[in-house]
Design a protein around this ligand. Sequence first.
Ligand code: FO1
Length: 308
Amino acid sequence: MKVVALAGGTGAAKLVRGLRGLDAGLHLTVIVNTGDDAEIWGLHVSPDLDTIAYALAGALDETRGWGLPDESFRVLDAMARFGEPTWFNLGDRDLATHLHRSRLLRRGHTLSEATRSIARALGVAEVVLPMSDQPVRTRLRTADGWLDFQEYFVREKAQVAVAAVEYVGAAEAAPAPGVLTAIGEADVVLICPSNPVTSIGPILAVPGVVDGLARCAAPVVAVSPIVGDDAVSGPAGRLMAARGVPVSSTGVARMYAGWLDALVFEASDGNLAPAIQAAGVRPVPAATMMRSREDERALARRALEAAR
Ligand code: FO1
């Protein structure tokens, strides 16, 4: 069964790991957000691509939800002594990923090629694709001006009010090689429980992707990142509110309604089923909190069942 997952960061990594943990009959392609990408110390950092690749390699640090386990930060300390910015914590072994990617990019390779090289070196069997090989960067407008995503999320700890979100470069970008083919040939398309505005939003902003989702023969199933009236983790709730969308699984259904078939949402929000249905999306109640490997596999199984 060909499964294609659209993914952002931490929430997606758990579901993707759950999919990988199911029976071997799955051929998994993960299309990953690059709107969070940043240049740090002159290096190209792709947090969501790395989080998904590390998760599929069984090498993601579970406490932080990003980077590698047993990490040291000696280079970070040494950079601080040079007065270099250290608000974005790059671990020593994680740094090798950014050094390797940056070298490949500087030698004219695409982000897709760099991602394939990293996935292969990590022993990842699944296909990991950036949403685009052209730069698309999420920026957020605050009272003090525009912030890049990592400045907002990490440096400001997502504590500043956001009036608008934009995806700089999206209009000039194209889906990375294989992205539209994967969606078109999929048996199931899953939208991971990622931030609808800053993780899934940039992927949908790449010309051709929404059209591909709307036209694909495969059922498209999303897992809601919202439980009750807020995100399971991160600023999704505040950013949906900034977009004027209800911060609930109903809001998620409405954001994806044009091409979404079913929404797997928290069973304790069961009262939302009629409103989700009214948005033209089939409501599928489930236990959506993933606190263990078994939870991850159970939710992955439930999402695939919802596709049938
Ligand atoms: N998130 C943080 O909250 N603080 C950090 O210092 C940080 C460093 C970091 C380094 C590499 C990487 O791949 C991810 C990192 N993240 C950090 C997480 C990152 O900001 C998020 O994973 C995504 O951008 C949001 O999905």
